[in-house]
Design a protein. Structure first.
Length: 156
């Protein structure tokens, strides 16, 4: 039950943006802590990356602004876990990293940009949830498994 692995964020962005200064969810990261903090973040929780480029003289470093949906993801994972032991166990086994999860709300795929999906899932009231069903499907060509989460609510 492993989740497909994206490259760690620090490795992904550091070379690409020429050793930038990092701002994560509006908090400036020190150079000493940036690698550890960024590599601990689930890449699937990143909703936006904006880079402000410094001067071409290399006296000013680029700044990478990274926005995540971690608070909202944690909230909906906790909410859905209350309705499904399988979902809770899968998330715990995968360190609460979303990975290749496909969510369905009342039998309709939840789609859109990552930030839109996070927002839709976060905004489902727990009082409206009837059930959360969890299933693992084999990946294409025997690759990583894909989690399918189906949420049924009172408001169809």
């Amino acid at each position: 039950m492993t989740v497909a692995q994206e490259p760690p964020l620090w490795e992904k962005y550091n070379a690409k943006y020429d050793n930038p200064v990092y701002v994560l969810d509006d908090k400036l990261l020190s150079d000493a802590s940036a690698k550890k903090i960024l590599n601990s973040i689930d890449p699937f929780s990143v909703t936006k990356v904006v880079v402000a480029y410094g001067s071409s003289s290399k006296k000013e470093r680029n700044i990478a602004y990274i926005t995540t949906g971690i608070v909202k993801i944690t909230a909906y994972q906790k909410k859905f876990s209350a309705f499904s032991n399988e979902y809770r166990n899968y998330m715990a086994a995968n360190n609460y990293r979303e990975g290749p999860c496909f969510y369905f709300l009342n039998r309709t795929a939840v789609s859109g940009a990552r930030r839109d999906i996070i927002e839709k899932l976060y905004n489902i009231p727990a009082s409206d949830i009837i059930s959360v069903e969890f299933d693992l499907k084999p990946g294409a060509d025997g690759g990583d498994q894909m989690a399918m989460i189906s949420i049924t609510t009172k408001n169809k």
